[in-house]
Design a binder for this molecule. Sequence first.
Ligand code: ATP
Ligand code: MG
Length: 428
Amino acid sequence: MMDTWIKDVKNREHAGKHIALKGFVNSIRKGKNNVFLILRDPSGTLQCVSHAGDPVFADMNRLTRESSVLVEGILNEDERAEGGYEVKVSGLKIYGIAEPFPIKKGHKKVFLFDNRHIWFRSRKVTAIMKVRSTVFESIHDFFKHNDFYEIQSPSFVSGSVEGGSTLFQIEYFDKKAYLSQSWQLYAEAMVDSLWRIYTVAPSFRAEKSKTWRHLTEFWHAEAEVAFMDLDGIIKLEEELIKHVVRNVLEKNEDDLKLLNRDTYVLKNTLEKPFLRMDYESVIDMANQNGLKLEYGADLGSDEERVITQKLDLPVFAMRYPIELKPFYHKPEDDFKHVLCNDLLAPEGYGEIIGGGQRIDDKDTLIRRIKECGLDRSAYEWYIDLRKYGSIPHSGFGLGVDRLVMWICKLPHIMYAVPFPRTLRRINP
Ligand code: ATP
Ligand code: MG
């Protein structure tokens, strides 16, 4: 049997009726003549009251913040109570009395993440996780409704996709191996048979610089599509983001409210086409906003923060100079630029997707592997894919935690993840 949730009974229809609810004590106020407790479940909170003389009054007085209970009683309309309803408690079952709860208002970030296991109960954390759940659900449902197959790639790998500096090396019996940074090379092997594929899985990167948007383990939604060019993959990315944002606005209105998320930009994202700019125009825009970048400069967290701070729509930054991107991007205009796109989220958030068209010609691929100083022997099987009826194809990787961070407008990516892993944190 499903438990009854607070949000489903806090209404006219249930007023005057006997209800039973499980939950945790969000807060409690004890007086000589009455006890007021705010009961919390995943769906919300509800005030419960008991008066001196009630049979449950003594037990109500034993309760402490974060104790767990089953409360029974009549639901009454009461405009003095938060949300307009209150339960007059006539029955109480105590599951567990809580010891003094260590988390109070105003604690610093480090303390809170040290206590993530219990801080997780906070209503704001719960709201973020509910949005996160909608984001994951929406990603799956977007791909399923667009004729994609869901398929998996290994997490133990022997070569690098995104470059050696962020590879996590591990012992693999008597050999060295690495944790996967992206499914991409495997996806390109699988796309020849399935044509439209996606995965949602963790990726691992040994990010040695400390920024507000880098985890060492993050959730990566990746897609690869046969016979698709840069323009096609950009359209697909835009549809995916719009689909996710639309679902969150529909399903998580209360959560966004609890997080004080102003939804203007999210609504705008739904209604208008995303901006598109080539790399050079992005640099110009950065410099108009006070940066002093030369053509050829890479864009990191700080630069993208400035570039996107005033935007109220996501922007596709396209066609970067070839030196700035990994070897697999398809070159254009005599190897000056590549057919890539980064999708930058507005409001200062920056890159949430990296994607583009892949090299489909064998000789070009071999040339790029050489130019990037990579060991060709590790990529022989990847080069093979260009030997047997090679096709144009494109793909992308979306950082799901970054998307949640932006949608909820969080100050750091750690807030978007249940138990974040960073340079400094692997506990709890
Ligand atoms: P950045 O420049 O921010 O390090 P990237 O260019 O290395 O990003 P990609 O290799 O294109 O990123 O990966 C695809 C997507 O995966 C990124 O757009 C981002 O959303 C997400 N991503 C990449 N690295 C991380 C990370 N360390 N933590 C969280 N998300 C990440
Ligand atoms: Mg990176």
